[in-house]
Ligand binder design. Structure first.
Ligand code: DC
Length: 247
């Protein structure tokens, strides 16, 4: 059985985990949060919820650009929150205006459009505000693209997860087909490549490693090795902070 860390007296920290789509960062982040009793926030789910909102309200134009005039007035009033589902081993679901949209935000239609939403400065500004609010009390693990650079530049522990495009596409294709989706590997690969391009080249908060982030090459390690490494780093970080505060 997995051992959870005894952290009752330890100082609470912020853990920022950034990386490319399907690099395995969410699995790591979720498991770390569970093992150390922290809150887990999937920041990508928040951008996905906005993309779903825009899709449902016909806010994509025919040329596949976003109808900003229609979307922007609604951004301040959008409510995005998370709720743990009973009976699913504490799996967290995303709520958009109070309604569970966890399945819908994972659809390919949302995946194909979300980068267009995530590059809108006003959307990013609102999401960052909400994310910073979630992290106010610390004791949080958040994963995304700009968590260590923009959302929590002072996070005590920053990880940057890298993995090759093909391996990430294989992982994503397996996930989708296991869910029963009929999709070709090439389509998943093309979608990831396109998202990488938009995520790394957008003007506001492009995906990049924070100078003080520790890099993990996720192609080279097993899940167990990854978790052992991460838990050790977490423990060292909290111990160092505790020692410093004792003088
Ligand atoms: O991690 P994901 O694939 O669920 O993220 C969905 C999209 O949101 C992806 O295109 C990148 C974007 N994103 C972002 O720009 N900033 C974040 N902090 C998290 C996700």
């Amino acid at each position: 059985m997995q051992q959870n860390l005894e952290i009752t007296d330890a100082p609470k920290i912020v853990v920022a985990i950034d990386g490319f789509s399907s690099s395995g960062k969410s699995t790591m982040a979720r498991e770390l949060a569970k093992r150390v009793g922290y809150i887990y926030i999937d920041s990508g789910a928040m951008y996905r919820a906005v993309a779903l909102y825009a899709l449902r309200h016909d806010m994509f134009k025919e040329d596949n650009t976003v109808d900003l005039e229609a979307l922007l007035p609604h951004i301040p009033e959008l409510s995005i929150s998370f709720q743990k589902k009973a009976g699913e081993d504490g799996v967290q679901h995303t709520l958009l205006n109070g309604v569970d949209v966890e399945d819908e935000i994972r659809d390919l239609e949302v995946s194909n459009r979300v980068s267009l939403i995530a590059e809108i400065p006003q959307v990013r500004q609102r999401m960052v505000e909400l994310q910073q609010e979630f992290g106010k009390q610390k004791g949080i693990v958040m994963d995304g693209r700009d968590i260590g650079t923009t959302v929590f530049p002072n996070a005590e522990l920053k990880i940057f997860v890298s993995a090759g495009l093909h391996e990430r596409a294989r992982r994503r294709w397996r996930e989708l087909t296991q869910k029963g989706m009929d999709i070709r590997f090439e389509e998943v690969l093309a979608n990831l490549a396109e998202r990488d391009k938009i995520d790394t080249t957008r003007k506001v908060s492009p995906l990049k490693k924070a100078p003080d982030a520790i890099e993990l090459d996720n192609d080279a390690v097993t899940h167990e090795e990854q978790m052992e490494w991460l838990l050790k780093l977490f423990q060292e970080t909290t111990e160092n902070i505790e020692n410093e505060s004792r003088g």
